[in-house]
Design a protein around this ligand. Structure first.
Ligand SMILES: NC(=O)c1ccc[n+]([C@@H]2O[C@H](COP(=O)([O-])OP(=O)(O)OC[C@H]3O[C@@H](n4cnc5c(N)ncnc54)[C@H](OP(=O)(O)O)[C@@H]3O)[C@@H](O)[C@H]2O)c1
Ligand SMILES: *[C@@H]1O[C@H](CO)[C@@H](O)[C@H](O)[C@H]1NC(C)=O
Ligand SMILES: *[C@@H]1O[C@H](CO)[C@@H](O)[C@H](O)[C@H]1NC(C)=O
Length: 315
């Protein structure tokens, strides 16, 4: 009789153990949706993290919208991207939103690898960076088989998505640690949640970003730093120009401004988030089935987007 009880207990424990991971994944997806409701008090970013923020890839899409939001919260900005004219135009727009902040621009091409950081390092030396937004990211031109992606493009994707995020973080983290405050926001992607055929390398680089963020948090949270890891699903930006379907803003494909406004209000409140409530709901349902089913769904979705691209190209 006792033997039976013990056996059942062991079986029960094994089942709980096996389910722990999916349950905690789904629970944290649910928590992410609840946080803004439970804790609606805005965080004063400037006193919490510092006066200056760096945003990489800040002349378009999510990065630019995020910079606008930081500006309206009175944070001084350092904008980094490849094109001087776009940087100057963005600076002008931001100063119209808030003429009381300082805005500095730096031209750098992260696809050039480590050399691109030398200039940034000198330029950043005298600025106490409170917030780093690792936003810059590169995607395929459209969903492709690995053998179809030009070699250079693959190398650029790895340099930009993996290299730039790593070295930019390395550049500011010691200063933050010494000041005992700061935030690193890593913009990853929902495509890290399962392998993603036809966007294989993009999704794999985002897994790196996710793993990096989570481990970095374990290293640095004891020094008072916040490491936030954002996993947006589709946002209507030029990154998704391959499909008209993704170039119309809907509740599930928000424009960059809506996305950034929601995402910034989660900073300091939740460590890992899609950053946007409707993506949170999508994410909650996405995380219920096992990885192999999600991968299959991802593959079908990308095949549809690929067909869209060829259809639109023909017209
Ligand atoms: N859009 C989505 O659906 C979506 C979904 C999930 C995650 N994300 C992630 O969100 C981030 C932003 O995406 P987005 O859609 O906003 O992109 P985007 O609209 O294509 O903007 C990219 C920005 O990065 C700059 N940039 C591009 N290549 C660069 C390089 N080699 N060196 C320096 N700067 C460079 C661009 O400016 P210049 O051309 O002037 O350099 C531009 O400001 C990415 O990490 C992406 O993976 C996007
Ligand atoms: C963000 O991701 C990059 C690359 O994965 C990593 O180097 C960096 O430390 C991460 N930063 C944070 C704050 O998670
Ligand atoms: C984020 O994670 C760190 C380290 O695990 C923890 O100390 C901190 O309370 C978390 N922050 C939030 C807002 O959950």
């Amino acid at each position: 009789m006792w033997l039976e009880v013990i056996l059942w207990l062991i079986c029960g424990l094994i089942v709980v153990w096996a389910l722990l991971d999916p349950i905690s994944r789904v629970a944290s997806a649910a928590w992410e949706i609840l946080v803004p409701i439970v804790n609606s008090k805005p965080v004063d970013l400037r006193s919490e993290f510092g006066d200056w923020a760096v945003v990489t890839g800040s002349t378009d899409g999510i990065g630019k919208a995020y910079a606008n939001e930081l500006a309206s919260r009175n944070i001084n900005l350092i904008l980094i991207s490849r094109t001087l004219e776009k940087l100057e135009a963005t600076k002008k727009e931001i100063l119209q939103i808030n003429p009381n902040i300082q805005v500095k621009i730096i031209v750098a091409d992260f696809s050039k690898g480590k050399e691109s950081l030398c200039n940034i390092e000198t330029e950043l030396k005298d600025f106490p960076i409170g917030i780093l937004v690792n936003n810059v990211g590169k995607q395929y031109e459209y969903p492709m088989y690995l053998g179809e992606v030009p070699e250079n493009e693959l190398w650029d994707i790895i340099n930009v998505n993996v290299g730039a995020t790593t070295l930019m973080t390395r550049l500011v983290i010691n200063g933050m640690k010494n000041r005992g405050k700061g935030a690193v926001v890593n913009i990853s992607s929902g495509s890290e949640l399962q392998p993603l055929p036809l966007m294989t390398v993009y999704a794999a680089t985002k897994v790196y970003v996710g793993s990096f963020s989570e481990a970095l948090r374990a290293e640095y949270s004891k020094f008072g730093l916040t490491i936030q890891h954002l996993t947006p699903l589709f946002v209507n930006t030029k990154m998704n120009a391959f499909s008209q379907r993704l170039q119309v803003s809907t509740i599930f494909v928000p424009n960059a401004a809506t996305y950034a406004k929601n995402a910034i209000s989660t900073l300091g409140k939740v460590n890992t988030s899609t950053g946007y409530w409707a993506h949170g709901i999508q994410n909650f349902f996405t995380l219920i089935p096992p990885v192999w089913i999600r991968m299959k769904i991802g593959q079908i979705m990308n095949q549809i987007l690929r067909n869209d691209y060829f259809k639109e190209k023909k017209q």
